[in-house]
Structure formats: C-alpha cells, structure tokens
Write a protein that binds this ligand. Sequence first.
Ligand code: NAP
Length: 248
Amino acid sequence: MKLDGKVALVTGGSRGIGRAIALLLAERGAKVVINYNRNQTEADAVVAAVEAKGGQALAVQGDVSVAAQAQALVDQTIKAFGRIDILVNNAGITKDTLMMRMSETDWDAVVDTNLKGAFLCAKAALRPMLKSKGGRIINISSISGQAGSGGQANYSAAKAGMIGFTKALAREVGSRGITVNAIAPGFIETDMTNVLAEEFKQKALAQIPLERFGKPEDIAEAVAFLASDAGNYITGQVLAVNGGMVMM
Ligand code: NAP
C-alpha cells in the first residue's frame, strides 16, 4: 500500500488523529501538507518527525471554515509539491452540551469547522483533482454521526452531514477518477476525548467489544488503505473504525 509520488493535504494534522494520519501517509511515501489552526509548535513537530524519517512535509496555518483560507491551503499544497492527490478532511472540534443549553454560536462553530470546512476544502481540491483526472477525498466523520450522541446535537449533525456530503460527492465525481469516502471513528484516545469524565469513559469502554479505546494509528491505517491503490474500487462508503462499538 505504497503512496510514493502522491501529495496529501491533511487538515488538522497537528494533533491526535490528523497527526497519526500525516505520519503514516508520509511513511508510505506521500509528501504531506500538515494544516493546523492554532498550534504551530505541534504542527512543526509533525513536520520534523516526517523529515527525521526522510520524508517531505510542510506545515500550513489555516482555518478550514473560512473559504479563502481553505483555498489557500490547496494553493500552498500545489505551490510546494506541484499537485494534490489526497485530501483528508480531518479538522474538527466539539462543543458539547445538552440541547436546551446549546447556544447558536456553539452550533455554528461545530458545523462550520466539521462540515463546512470539509465542503470548502473539497471544493478547493476538486479543480486540480479534476484536471489530473484522479484523487482521493477522505472525510473523517464519527460514530456520533452514525448513531447520534446525547450532548452532541451540533457535532452529531455535522458528522452525519459529512456522510451525506461524502455520498453525494462520490456520485458526482466518480466518473472523473476521484473517490470520496468517510471514516467513522469510535472512541479514540486524543486531546478531544481526554477531557471527558472518567465515568463517561468507563461507560463507553463497556460498549466496545474489542475492550479498548482506539488509537489515532487505528484511524490512520484506514485512511492509508483508502488512499492507496488497494482502495481503487471503493467510493461513497463509510468505514467504521470503532472496535465494534456500533455495528450497522
Ligand atoms: P484533536 O486532538 O482535538 O485535534 C483536532 C485537530 O483539528 C487539531 O489539529 C486542530 O488544530 C485542528 N483544527 C481544529 N479546528 C480547526 C480549524 N478551524 N481549521 C483547521 N484545523 C482545525 O481531535 P482528534 O480527536 O484528533 O479528532 C480529529 C478528527 O476526528 C475530528 O474531525 C474529530 O471530530 C474526529 N473524531 C474523533 C474522535 C475521537 O474519539 N477522538 C472520534 C470520532 C471522530 P490546532 O492544533 O491548530 O488546534
């Protein structure tokens, strides 16, 4: 499952799942643009880790929810490495609270980053992918988008939206050699889940047949598979990587 000669843009590549994706794609041979929003130090550390293994990477700041910045991410990818073959829409945030307490601001922030961000980055990446007659778009959705999650109406809606978006776009661009898929992670150990209460974590763990939380690397392996030639005939699908927490 080599990715030699490929160029990948990973949004939110500075930490957690995005970091693991960037590292694995680079290990498989891709040149990688690591997008971040706030944490330049962490993004630079990912670049350094790629370079230490002989790979090529570049950190680029940009808020995926802002159209001009999403476009600039793709432009800088092409400027640095000449093309874009793989877009991983991974950037995401949560702002969890019960529906009755959820503010419009919290709703907008979560939908704008997770869902609109994926739309904007895919839109920017499509033109060069159509030109080169091929590409891979991989959207990091969530188990919350498949099954819904109490206290996460905004996040569940955004992640479910990403699944509909994935299927619609897959139908539009299949004839042009571009595949579009979603990955739905379960409970993965990152900064995003570290903040959750211990009691909540234990309840979640009890629902996982494989009896462990996921690691960012578990998601990275699925991304690398879909991005490689092994994933040539897969499009419009949702790959659940969740230890069996939800089966559908
Ligand atoms: P994380 O550790 O909190 O990292 C989030 C990443 O997204 C960071 O690199 C962050 O950049 C970036 N980001 C946030 N807002 C951004 C914006 N507006 N523009 C560009 N980048 C932005 O999260 P994670 O757990 O790795 O999650 C990664 C993805 O997987 C998310 O889409 C999340 O919803 C999804 N997911 C996670 C889990 C889980 O259990 N962890 C489960 C299902 C789905 P900075 O470092 O600059 O802030």
